[in-house]
Design a protein around this ligand. Structure first.
Ligand code: GCU
Length: 340
């Protein structure tokens, strides 16, 4: 396991100031006396119209009701509490309570998370949600960061199918990516994926991408239609190619000490309301994807069909490359068995 490499002092200062403002001086995780009310701060890198914001906002409402006001939730969108690498660090330290982070961030802490980041491990959103919320499959994975990083994985939200989009012309085959600078998430699997596609991998945080596409720092990116629309990437990269090369995964992570401080009753309520939340998210996702394709098209973006099999073929060897131990193989086999 490796530790998080980058850390932003600015993000910490912001988060600390917010913590103090929200709690009148102490962390939300402190206290715990009867009748006390805690406001959980959740870091998110999406806008307020994104399904993840909407579902988390509803999670907060339901949790507050279920715990009779003992646990409330405030979702901070748009990387207000920092980009995902910083948010992860802040949750680990306890200055932010929860965050949505991409699976690519967790593979930097425990390489077993790589398995669920691989192209083609999941057939579709339904299969993905079934696998990642099945404790028989996930085993110890979600508690594996508790000792090392004070982080517990609560569960996941789908990122849907990810596809490639470019600033100059549609990509129809992997050959069209030759020499292109493709922005990827900060992870070894994503860098290897870009290289397998023949592109030059440029890892960077999500919030930097619009400007990077606009200024030509990168020529291409890959994401789902919902982020393509909500981040306005269609404005600067109007050629969306339906490569569907990967069903991406976000996780909800929580500070483990904080989870341990919840009463058994409140923890059960948290779990019940979380289940309702990820189910709601999956429903919102389908609708948002359709609507956001239509909106981006109306705004001038073009969506191009590609030979998906040609992309799958060059990405196939990644599973062999990244599955290196028995735990990873077991996760992969169980995930694939659930598809059959
Ligand atoms: C998706 C995903 C985010 C991730 C982003 C990215 O939008 O939901 O968690 O940060 O992709 O490409 O960085």
């Amino acid at each position: 396991m490796t530790h998080i490499r980058t850390f932003s002092v600015v993000a910490l200062a912001t988060a600390t100031a917010l913590t103090l403002a929200a709690c009148g001086g102490g962390s939300a995780a402190e206290g715990g006396g009867a009748g006390e009310s805690h406001t959980l701060r959740v870091a998110l890198n999406q806008t307020e119209e994104h399904p993840s914001f909407i579902a988390l906002d509803h999670f907060g409402e339901r949790l507050e009701e279920a715990t009779e006001g003992r646990w409330k939730m405030e979702v901070y969108p748009n990387e207000t509490l920092g980009a995902q690498q910083e948010a992860l660090q802040l949750v680990s330290q306890g200055s932010v309570d929860l965050a949505i982070v991409s699976g690519t961030q967790l593979e930097n802490l425990n390489e077993d998370f790589r398995v669920f980041n691989l192209p083609k491990v999941f057939d579709d959103v339904e299969h993905q949600m079934e696998v990642i919320h099945d404790p028989e499959i996930t085993g110890d994975l979600y508690t594996s960061l508790e000792e090392s990083n004070n982080l517990t994985v609560v569960g996941g939200f789908t990122q849907g199918a990810r596809s490639i989009y470019t600033t100059d012309a549609p990509v129809k085959t992997p050959e069209d990516l030759a020499g292109k600078k493709l922005r990827v998430q900060e992870s070894d699997v994503m860098i290897a994926m870009a290289e397998a596609l023949g592109a030059s991998a440029t890892p960077m945080a999500f919030g930097e991408l619009y400007t990077a596409l606009q200024s030509g720092v990168v020529d291409a990116a890959e994401n789902n239609e919902v982020s393509y629309w909500t981040q306005k990437h269609y404005e600067v990269a109007p050629y969306f190619s339906n490569t569907n090369h990967l069903v991406g995964l976000d996780y909800l992570i929580i500070n483990s000490d904080l989870l341990g401080e919840m009463s058994e009753e409140d923890r059960a309520a948290f779990q019940t309301e979380w289940t309702a939340t990820h189910e709601e998210h999956t429903g919102l996702w389908t609708t948002a994807t359709e609507e956001d394709i239509a909106s981006a098209e109306a705004a001038g973006a073009t969506f191009t069909e590609v030979d998906e099999a040609a992309f799958d073929k060059v990405l196939e060897p990644l599973a062999d490359k990244f599955i290196e131990n028995d735990a990873q193989q077991a996760l992969y086999d169980a995930a694939r068995a659930a598809a059959e």
